[in-house]
Ligand binder design. Structure first.
Ligand code: AMP
Length: 127
């Protein structure tokens, strides 16, 4: 598994950048002017959707530092839309973002994983 350093500059050829440009297909679940949601290609739960900003942010840190207020708001509104779309607001869900090498981030475009559709158990195995 190749992971991404937290201070890596944005790579405009990463797979989500290509997906945003329409160069590779995506089964879009929901979108707005500033964000896009689509199923993870290797689902880990009955519902496993990725939400990404349209803007060029490598990870949560650069998104939080550099994105405009409207980008931040529209991103979180899309997370809410997807959660409601799958009725996850009833039984709950897990939201996570892998950041940098210790976080196990593979794709260097900020994204959150929205997971649900069953009881997911403990977040991580104990140390
Ligand atoms: P991570 O960067 O560790 O949060 O993981 C990136 C996630 O992107 C993994 O869960 C992959 O299965 C997923 N992924 C990679 N390529 C695609 C793609 N073309 N469409 C949907 N999901 C993808």
């Amino acid at each position: 598994m190749t992971t991404v350093a937290t201070n890596q500059p944005y790579d405009h050829n990463n797979i989500f950048a290509r997906l945003l440009r329409g160069e590779i297909p995506a089964n879009i679940v929901a979108q707005n002017e500033h964000a896009l949601a689509f199923p993870d290609i290797r689902p880990l739960a009955p519902v496993h959707v990725l939400v990404i900003p349209r803007g060029p942010y490598t990870n949560l840190l650069s998104f939080s530092q550099q994105a405009s207020a409207i980008e931040v708001v529209e991103f979180w509104k899309l997370v809410q839309t997807v959660a409601q779309h799958y009725h996850l607001d009833q039984d709950g869900f897990r939201l996570l973002s892998n950041c940098g090498s210790n976080g196990g981030q593979e794709v260097p475009h900020f994204h959150v994983h929205l997971l649900g559709g069953k009881a997911l158990g403990k977040m991580l195995p104990s140390l």
